[in-house]
Design a protein around this ligand. Structure first.
Ligand SMILES: *Cc1c(COP(=O)(O)O)cnc(C)c1O
Length: 405
């Protein structure tokens, strides 16, 4: 698995550099084709995708059942707007509610929109149901969070770069340390309406909170009538070895955001999920999206969810994840500080003394493995959940060669 040629790649890189905004720092690989866990670049090199578009590809690239649903729907109806009904949205929301055990769901497109939806919903619930004084609602968020890139969301990021130059920001958010129950207790006051948290911080560097944190946090929220808002956009739909990461602690959030793999790597589909107590605060005109709940997205969402459930991808993620993590820990490396994660959401932390994670990702790319660093020191391994054990075994060899060098 070594990279043979790069003859065409340079031209594509120059084009993107010349005509695109420089808001990303991708690895210099230009992909033109994919299937399952594999991608091919414009020079015919084959790579194993171990990022899965940040878990938007849990079902693998171009899953046949999801493509078939998309094609069928494209031949019938693609968009109505919410000014009219369509025959796919209701079934999509019902199936989503049945799979998650909630009363209602509100469809959007991107993850950030789902988070924005839950913020609006919980604020309005705070005023209309909990009785918080107008304009005073507060939502508690965690340091090192990642919930998307809108101006409201980056306003409560603790990452300097995410905010730098983009203010002024939306007030009403209170930042506390992650994985700190006492800090949560101390931050709650009569204006607190919600606690927004990732059950495992993905972009923050695959940070796994202490066992019991989510259960205790949910308990504190319940005692104070604060909405427990779980952002499972990256951790959900099988990624961490359960359908949702909160399931590891038998926690049922009041509000759940899902996205990424809900679109099966084909189309952006997201949703905010909650019981009627929360969802019913919305009246016609309060909130919306031209594309949210469109029939093409709904049909794709239905198929994407069905694949996760029918192919038992959560169990698969758990079994393969445990085995793979053990393999990574067994690598004799002078560079690795820690291997951590849940299911197939795994971070390998590189020691500061060995430099950043980036050169390791570049070395992996040369060996046919696509992984991306997050937070300078962490290599994230999150392959599609349909990956075979034999493929993971080969990958482990290549990773071992890079990490032990
Ligand atoms: C990716 C992500 C988002 C944002 O999703 P987009 O589709 O990029 O807007 C929000 N929260 C978490 C936890 C994510 O991983």
């Amino acid at each position: 698995m070594t990279r043979a040629s790069a003859a065409n790649t340079e031209r594509y890189l120059q084009e993107a550099d010349r005509f695109g905004a420089h808001n990303y720092h991708p690895l210099p690989v230009v992909i033109e084709r994919a299937e399952g866990v594999w991608v091919w670049d414009v020079d015919g090199n084959k790579f194993l995708d171990m990022l899965s578009a940040y878990s938007a590809l849990n079902q693998g690239h171009r899953h046949p059942a999801i493509l078939a649903a998309a094609r069928d729907q494209m031949d019938k109806l693609t968009l109505t707007s919410r000014a009219f009904h369509n025959d796919q949205m209701g079934a999509f929301l019902r199936e989503l509610c049945e799979a998650t055990g909630y009363e209602k769901a509100l469809p959007m497109n991107t993850g950030a929109e789902a988070v924005e939806t839950s913020i609006k919903m919980v604020r309005k619930w705070g005023y209309k149901v909990k009785g918080v004084a107008e304009g005073r609602a507060e939502i508690i968020v965690c340091e090192n969070n990642f919930h998307g890139r809108t101006t409201t969301i980056v306003g409560f990021s603790s990452e300097h770069q995410y905010r730098d130059g983009f203010g002024p920001f939306t007030p009403g958010f209170r930042l506390i340390p992650y994985d700190d129950i006492d800090a949560l207790r101390a931050a709650i006051n009569e204006n607190t309406v919600g606690f927004l948290v990732e059950p495992l911080q993905g972009e923050g560097g695959v940070v796994v909170p202490a066992e019991g944190y989510l259960r205790q946090a949910a308990q504190v929220c319940r005692e104070n009538r604060v909405a427990f808002m779980a952002d499972e956009i990256q951790t959900g739909l099988g990624r961490t070895g359960k359908l949702f990461c909160c399931d590891w602690e038998d926690v049922r959030p009041d509000v759940l955001t899902v996205g990424k793999a809900l679109g099966g790597g084909v189309y952006p589909v997201s949703a905010t999920i909650a019981d009627a107590e929360f969802m019913d605060v919305f009246s016609p005109g309060d909130h919306g999206s031209t594309f949210g709940g469109n029939p093409l997205g709904a049909a794709i969402g239905r198929a994407s969810l069905r694949v996760i459930l029918d192919e038992n991808l959560s169990e698969r993620s758990n079994e393969l994840g445990n085995w793979f993590m053990e393999g990574l820990r067994a690598i004799d490396s002078p560079h690795v500080e820690e291997v951590r994660g849940k299911g197939l959401m795994i971070g390998v932390v590189i020691k500061e003394s060995s430099g950043t994670a980036r050169p390791f990702c570049e070395a992996l790319e040369q060996r046919g493995i696509l992984a991306k660093e997050t937070h300078s020191q962490v290599i994230r391994f999150a392959p599609p959940l349909v990956i075979g054990k034999d493929v993971l075994e080969d990958a482990l060899q290549e990773i071992g060669a890079v990490l032990s060098a």
